[in-house]
Design a protein around this ligand. Sequence first.
Ligand SMILES: [Zn+2]
Length: 388
Amino acid sequence: MALLIDRIGELVTNEPGCCARGHLTTLKDAAVVTEADKIVWVGRSADAPAADHRLDADGRAVLPGFVDSHSHLVFAGDRASEFAARMAGEPYTGGGIRTTVAATRAATDDQLREAAGRLRAEALRQGTTTIEIKSGYGLSVADEARSLRIARELSEETTFLGAHVVPAEYASRVDDYVSLVCGPMLHAATPYARWIDVFCETGAFDADHARAILTVGKAAGLGVRVHANQLGPGPGVQLAVELDAASADHCTHLTDADVEALAGMWTVATLLPGAEFSTRSPYPDARRLLDAGATVALATDCNPGSSYTSSMPFCIALAVREMRMTPAEAVWAATAGGARALRRDDIGVIAPGKRADLIVLDAPSYLHLAYRPGVPLISDVVHNGVKL
Ligand SMILES: [Zn+2]
């Protein structure tokens, strides 16, 4: 079944070859045709071929669907009271993760599936057509495997994060927990995971433990991602580059050497401004990364503790207002940048042969995503060629 979207006022194509530094490639008075789950034609509206179905964009903007390359959707319970305490002045330490671990372990499969599915649907309505989902609130062999099994029902981009924190029952036996993660837990997780990730941070996993876990994960065929340099300076970014990770995520506290290590590398710097917003922390220095030549992605970090938002438009607005990214850089980072962070070239762009994931804005330009913060501007979503 072919779908024609025509009379597009501004089409953001992110065409390959366009600069990774955020100069968006756009077409005026454009049209797109999709067939099954692929884009098959892009060009001037006046030249568009007919199709079975038509969506008249009526001068509105069309973009690639958002690629949210970092989320933690499989969990039970919420931590609204922890958020309230933090807003009243308590610092964020990451310790609340264990609260969610207890709630997640106590939940049934159906409860987890329903909660994660609701968040996935919420993100899709807001234009997120690809979402990476991590485990990390099970922290036992069985609970990590079931979190990933449920995540896999919702996304092909699933990440094993058994090394999120050391669970309470292993508090004095970190080495034993790392052995568990590297052995039986990895074995149980691998059938449902594409990636492996470690929270490399003081209070979570140090460089040696993180390297050990990521190295065995890589040997098992998983791609590498790292939670790096979120709460303070540390070895995460350097480790990510050393292991050819697809992405170093957070990058809030970087030394000059860290920025240099990321410049011009395949490892994407994924910035998660929802976390700084929700923990009232200083934002990462996106300008410094971009000016050094690093590839920057934006993602939500959607999780119940430090960033309970599924909204990529919100992250774009934060990136522009608080991180001095231009609107073009932020929109690129939320689409093509996210695709890079997942090492995908079939998403985050609008071109023949790419996946038919598109969003129609209720606005004439992508600029409005940052210009009109908090406004629900996503008027139509086409996911895998199907209009929602
Ligand atoms: Zn995270």
